[in-house]
Design a protein around this ligand. Sequence first.
Ligand SMILES: *Cc1c(COP(=O)(O)O)cnc(C)c1O
Length: 379
Amino acid sequence: MSYTVPFNRPYLTGHELEYVSQAIQNGDLSGDGPFSQRCSQLLEERFQINKVLLTPSCTAALEISMLLLDLTEGDEVILPSFTFVSSANAIVLAGGKPVFVDVDPHTLNLDPAQIQQAITERTKAIMPVHYAGVGCEMGTIMELADAHQLTVVEDAAQALNASCNNQALGTIGNLGAFSFHQTKNYSCGEGGALCINDESLIERAEIIREKGTNRSQFLKGHVDKYTWVDRGSSYLPSELSAAFLFGQLGAIDVITDLRQQCFQRYLEQLQPLADQGRLQLPTIPEYCQSNYHLFHILLPTQDIRDALLKHLNSRGIHAVFHYVPLHSSPAGIRLSGESVHLPVTDSISSRLLRLPIYPDLELELQHQVVTEISSFLNA
Ligand SMILES: *Cc1c(COP(=O)(O)O)cnc(C)c1O
């Protein structure tokens, strides 16, 4: 089905083709070429990151992060159930056990009080997910991690160019992972990056990313041949992806500004419905600077959410919902049993609706979305 108002439309800055064509002329399209280096350097300088390694996806960056923890059977990593599957899969693939906790009903982010309760002798790490580009309470989370000697890996898939107490998201924990998937704010179709904030993890992360070899040290002249030294996999994106991405990263603030305008318009135009108690609008805490990755509303019940979703889709408006909570998914139950109860997660995931948002969403089309929501909820 084609929609009059798509859910998402990839935004082009106009430089992508030129850079991709330069990459082709350079003649070497494998990983870590000039464009990969330019992307990493841009992110490192702009967000004060010790080391950025581009990856084929955020999923891959999370996998490297979990491999770095050397989990053994029964080791636990705390994360929200209200997240994308990749957060949990990375833990499972590395041999650990995901421990799902509930989220705050306003930000839909990990609730620090719940994290504290979930910490056991087997806990090795915390994986906060910055939902919608709004930061988790990183100050409290880092204190908890310090007190219990836990590693913090930020799933910052949605959070590039957002911050918490003026610290860029993805750069606060020991490690952070960004996504450049087509649906994210800055994209190269499929792509990601690993931020290594903890310097002591850099060398081994490079090895895991290079198929378990010390090729990076070899290229820097630190060793005279390269060989298999650890476990690892192939976690480098091609120069074609990096060249496209470099075009996107050049307009990082332009993209955020356009999304912010879109976000503000929804807030203003939907406020009357919120005042009448017909829906709940997203909240951004004072200490957070969002990147306006997504716009969601919460309806009073699942029935109303489902009916509104159907109504919007029938009018050519592509609204969607997510996430099906991981703790009650078939794989989640197999791993953690049926005894995990996360009432906030269950409640919000059954009532949440995401509206179309992208940098060049036309005023008229956005107004149409608001009008359809109003007429449905006021009927
Ligand atoms: C998009 C997303 C991912 C996965 O990103 P990919 O780049 O597609 O692997 C992981 N976690 C969250 C929270 C996401 O939104």
